[in-house]
Ligand binder design. Structure first.
Ligand code: EPU
Length: 428
């Protein structure tokens, strides 16, 4: 086990290259198991969620081989079972989309209820209801879903909420369905659009991705393709805030301004300078103060819930009071208890966090409660006086493959160290 130790006070500067998007890669990898032959996928990030999904695949007969550190050759021809390894599946959320994908391929599937970050209830009712409308039949026994279908049949599905995972899951399932499927009130994230583009490059017929209505005309088979995963907008946002909070000047190479617009427009309001350039985005803060701002998390193109803890951290040293409303996950303020140990003034009232800016944070031992909350604590450490020790890095490693190295290259005083024998992380 390791902890991250960061000594605050260095203004970051330089270039950080934004890696492939975890959430895009996970969705596309699941889509790729519908494709017979070798799919070549570029820009795959080597975080533990991806490695875990590839482990699941390998145990099911899929051949997965990294031709370069970021290019994966995936051959799903030899996929030999529709039963997923339950223990591995339970460790992550995105593996649940295997249910529809395996049913599309084999007519049956067995997938455990998913895990992922502890940020809210995160049920799967929209997924199951949508697959039922496509003709699937399900039983749930001992935490495992068993699904059956002859062949999915096109249907009109109106989602109760524009869920990213459900939209991706249903798109994958409907790709090989008989007839046309319409998904209304669907999610419009860049990762939804890129999944549609990947499936279309394999021969699927999907229109409307990125709008609230997606239409999928079922096809009989898919063919392999070569395709690139998007740069990770959440990593880009994390380094953008790291630059801004430290009073730095950082170029986010390969970041796509448009994908980060909801975050960047709030950062502009706070007085941060952000410039779109040909190969990425430059983020700097020359002003002494950070203006307080209010924001509310919403489905895309609203403000992304994943960036809520990250932006909140910058506001802890803002010049006044900011109010955040979290509408997506009821349990996504756990990191604020840890920030409070560092001197942040944050009051939680239901779905709101009221942050009153303080002059400085002070380093303390803190525990990473989830993926983005953990990254937020590392960022807080960049400006805290003294040393911040962030423990329980499992979640951070699920979504950031090179966080410490990248921050070191930008000039941060940060390292990973093995946990001393006998010391235990305090619980959150
Ligand atoms: N929801 C339901 N029932 C469902 C599905 C979702 O009630 O069947 C609810 C959720 O509980 C939540 C809301 O709908 O309140 C939105 O959830 P959504 O389905 O959009 O989220 P997801 O697909 O499970 C993905 C990302 C999350 C990100 C959310 C929201 C992946 C693997 N995960 O989750 O990413 O927070 O979309 O944008 O793509 C992260 O990367 O840190 C992360 C948690």
């Amino acid at each position: 086990m390791e902890n991250i130790l960061v000594r605050g006070g260095k203004a970051l500067s330089g270039v950080v290259e934004i890696g492939g998007s975890k959430n895009d890669a996970l969705a596309i990898l699941v889509g790729a198991i519908l494709v017979p032959g070798v799919s070549v996928l570029h820009n795959i990030p080597a975080n533990t969620d991806i490695l875990n999904l590839l482990n699941i695949f390998r145990q099911m007969g899929v051949r997965a081989h990294f031709a370069t550190p970021t290019t994966l050759e995936l051959d799903a021809s030899a996929l030999s079972t529709s039963e997923t390894p339950h223990d591995l599946v339970r460790q992550m959320r995105a593996s649940f989309n295997l249910l529809g994908a395996l049913m599309a391929r084999f007519g049956h599937a067995e997938v455990a209820m998913p895990g992922g970050c502890n940020i809210g209830a995160r049920p799967v009712n929209f997924h199951i209801e949508g697959l039922r409308q496509l003709g699937g039949e399900f039983t749930l026994e001992h935490g495992v879903y068993y699904g059956r279908v002859d062949r999915f049949l096109g249907a009109n599905i109106n989602l109760e909420f524009p869920s990213a995972g459900t939209t991706q899951h249903l798109m994958i399932a409907a790709t090989l369905a008989m007839g046309t499927t319409t998904i209304e009130n669907c999610a419009a994230e860049p990762e939804v659009i890129n999944l549609a583009e990947f499936l279309n490059a394999c021969g699927a017929k999907i229109r409307g991705a990125g709008t609230p209505i997606i239409e999928i005309e079922g096809v009989k088979t898919l063919r392999p393709t070569e395709f690139a995963i998007l740069p990770d907008r959440m990593q880009a946002g994390t380094y953008a805030i790291a630059s801004a909070i430290s009073g730095g000047d950082v170029f986010l190479k390969r970041a796509v301004y448009e994908h980060c617009r909801p975050l960047f427009s709030k950062m502009l309001d706070a007085g941060i300078q952000i410039d779109a350039e040909t190969e990425g985005v430059r983020v700097r803060r020359s002003a002494n103060t950070i203006q307080p701002i209010d924001f509310k998390t919403m489905p895309h193109p609203g403000f992304p819930t994943d960036m809520q803890p990250i932006l909140a951290t910058m506001l802890t040293i803002g010049d006044g009071t900011s109010v955040i409303t979290e509408t997506i996950y009821e349990n996504r303020f756990r990191y604020t208890m840890e920030l409070a140990k560092m001197g942040a003034d944050i009051r939680i009232s239901g779905r709101n966090a009221i942050i009153t800016g303080v002059k400085r944070l002070s380093g303390a031992p803190v525990v990473s409660p989830d993926l983005r909350g953990g990254a937020a604590l590392v960022i807080a450490g960049l400006i805290a006086e003294g040393v911040t020790e962030v423990s329980d890095l499992r979640h951070i490693d699920r979504g950031y493959e090179n966080l410490v190295l990248n921050l070191q290259n930008l000039g941060a005083d940060i390292k990973r160290l093995p946990v001393k024998e006998g010391s235990k992380p305090c619980s959150v």
